[in-house]
Design a protein around this ligand. Structure first.
Ligand SMILES: [Zn+2]
Length: 55
């Protein structure tokens, strides 16, 4: 009984850690993606504004 409870707590903590890591990774990935898109658009606008051949 005690062993089972301990194992359940351990697996629960493991799942929580994995879940938090997944959320953190997703947030970082989405934020990094959005940020690079913003940076890309800004660089793109500057390129067009300066008449630099782009596409
Ligand atoms: Zn362009």
């Amino acid at each position: 009984m005690t062993t089972k409870t301990l194992a359940t707590q351990k697996s629960s903590a493991l799942i929580s850690a994995l879940f938090v890591a997944l959320i953190g990774g997703t947030v970082l990935f989405v934020a990094g993606h959005a940020q690079s898109a913003v940076l890309h658009d800004a660089a793109h606008d500057i390129r067009h504004a300066t008449g630099f051949p782009c596409h």
